[in-house]
Design a protein around this ligand. Structure first.
Ligand SMILES: Cc1ncc(COP(=O)(O)OP(=O)(O)O)c(N)n1
Ligand SMILES: Cc1nc(C(=O)O)sc1CCOP(=O)(O)O
Ligand SMILES: [Mg+2]
Length: 220
């Protein structure tokens, strides 16, 4: 991972979120293509409200691919399933389970991220509790999730000046709108539709995000 020498800030990275519903046969190839496109830090399997068997089957197929590529694999919502499937961690929202419970289930080494919407208070709470990252958003209208809270990029500036805990930016992020989030201090860009629905395909989307990140970092 590269760093920007002037500020000692880590190079921001891409955090892929799966579509909420997938056809595994098709998605496996899309996933391989995405990971072949360039640097990806993390993948979150977010099969929203799908049966456990579907999540288990998708994890068994996709986890080895992520591991081969050095990409962390997180489940959305379900810490117990994350433990049982031996993935790298879980993302929990405010209506899922408290961070502390997820940590108790998954142990000290798991990656646990917490949704903080547009709330400085929630982020401080999650950070003090020990979250590995806090997620702010939605910064832009999302075609993937409807119940979002509009969030302004300056929360990322405040967070990056307040703490070293990484900030994940999420919600409607595309290659065309992401730069402001990087300029404000996002450590990770969490993206679903902006990759899976990119007109030239997921591999080119990941490549284009990485080119954009490199361009921004070069000007720090
Ligand atoms: C990285 C990241 N940030 C936010 C969310 C949203 O979590 P949540 O509020 O629990 O909503 P659902 O994703 O469960 O619908 C996320 N999943 N990932
Ligand atoms: C899972 C999720 N959480 C959000 C939040 O605001 O907390 S927005 C979102 C959807 C991310 O997908 P896309 O990149 O297609 O908008
Ligand atoms: Mg959730």
């Amino acid at each position: 991972m590269g760093t920007a020498p002037e500020e000692g800030r880590e190079r921001p990275r891409l955090y892929l979120i799966s579509p909420p519903v997938i056809d595994l046969d098709t998605f496996e190839m899309a996933f391989r293509n995405a990971l072949a496109g360039g640097d990806v830090a993390c993948f979150q399997l977010r099969l929203k409200d799908r049966p456990a068997e579907e999540i288990i089957a998708a994890t068994k197929c996709l986890l080895p691919i992520a591991q081969d590529a050095g990409v962390a694999f997180l489940l959305n919502d379900d810490a117990e399933l994350a433990r049982d499937l031996d993935v790298d961690g879980v993302h929990v929202g405010q209506d899922d389970m408290p961070y502390e419970e997820a940590r108790r289930i998954l142990g000290p080494d798991a990656i646990i991220g917490v949704t903080c919407k547009n709330s400085r208070h929630l982020a401080m709470e999650a950070g003090e509790a020990g979250a590995d990252y806090v997620a702010f958003g939605a910064f832009f209208p999302s075609s993937t999730k409807s119940d979002t809270v509009k969030t302004e990029p300056d929360i990322l500036t405040w967070w990056s000046e307040t703490t070293l805990i990484p900030a994940v930016a999420i919600g409607g992020i595309t290659i065309d709108n992401a730069e402001v989030l990087l300029q404000n201090g996002a450590d990770f860009l969490a993206v679903a539709a902006g990759v899976w629905e990119y007109k030239e395909g997921p591999k080119e989307a990941v490549a284009a995000f990485n080119r954009m990140i490199d361009k921004v970092v070069a000007n720090w």
